[in-house]
Design a protein around this ligand. Structure first.
Ligand code: KIV
Length: 259
């Protein structure tokens, strides 16, 4: 039986099975996530800070996203491959949003994600055949508006709740809730028809998303909302030191590695 995930199938998991999501940015990270049984691989615009060394996701371009979607596509066969629409690729008009989403789909994405309350854009993309994942709470592309990386939302009257309902009604197949107090995230989860995917949003979301480098031990600093499940950084540094030593002391290469 094929385990291939698709957007309607992910939506149908609400109330039945938790949705496991992780970011990936290239062939190797995509393949590791896919082979481990992850449901959704997101080529996140966090590629900006995690891989490209930018201070935020704001500088990430659509061309950069297309490049990383193509690479990740080659490593993912079972999970649903979602791509982030980067800052500046959908905020100007509905037409701009649909055009940008087409570019990501042509690169190999099976759905796109965008940050904030954009119901018209979401409806237009869905009409054009593109499944959409939403993202509310702390939306990193708006870091300059928020004035820093901060937990968002307090009460049920917070605009975040209205935004989540609005994009759910527009047809999102899932919504990321980022850095939202657990009780409020729980209320949003009950209020919307599609699965909520938490990151720093407590235990009651319908699923979870984490950044590949954080959970695999490749990030220099860990925030409260994440956890190291592997120590790839330590393993790689140890291996690299052994390689350096072996070349220096002439124990590698040997005749076994020669032609
Ligand atoms: O770009 C990203 O990594 C994300 C997730 C953290 C949800 O948007």
């Amino acid at each position: 039986m094929s385990l291939k995930r698709n957007a309607p199938g992910i939506k149908a998991l609400k109330g039945k099975e938790r949705v496991v999501c992780v970011t990936a940015y290239d062939l190797t990270s995509g393949m590791i996530a896919d082979q481990s049984g992850v449901d959704v691989v997101l080529v996140g615009d966090s590629v900006g800070n995690v891989v490209l060394g930018y201070p935020t996701t704001v500088p990430v371009t659509l061309d950069e996203m297309v490049h990383h979607v193509k690479a990740t596509r080659r490593g993912v066969s079972q999970a649903l491959l979602v791509a982030d629409l980067p800052f500046g690729s959908y905020g100007a008009s509905v037409e701009q949003a649909v055009e940008s989403a087409f570019a990501l789909m042509k690169a190999g994405a099976e759905a796109v994600k965008l940050e904030g309350d954009y119901p018209e854009e979401i409806r237009a993309m869905i009409k054009a055949g593109i499944p959409v994942m939403g993202h509310v709470g702390f939306t990193p592309q708006s870091v300059n508006k928020f004035g820093g990386f901060r937990v968002q939302g307090r009460t049920e009257s917070d605009p975040i709740v209205a935004a989540a309902k609005s994009i759910d009604e527009a047809g999102c197949f899932a919504i990321v809730l980022e850095l939202i107090p657990a009780p409020l995230a729980s209320k949003i989860t009950q209020a919307v028809g599609c699965p909520t995917i938490g990151i720093g949003a407590g235990m009651d979301c319908d699923g979870e998303i984490q950044v590949f480098h954080d959970i695999m031990g490749l990030s220099p600093k860990l925030h409260k909302h994440t956890k190291k499940f592997g120590d790839a950084g330590r393993v790689m540094r140890r291996g690299m030191k052994q390689y350096v030593q072996a070349v220096k002391d002439r124990t590698f290469p040997t005749s076994e590695n020669s032609f």
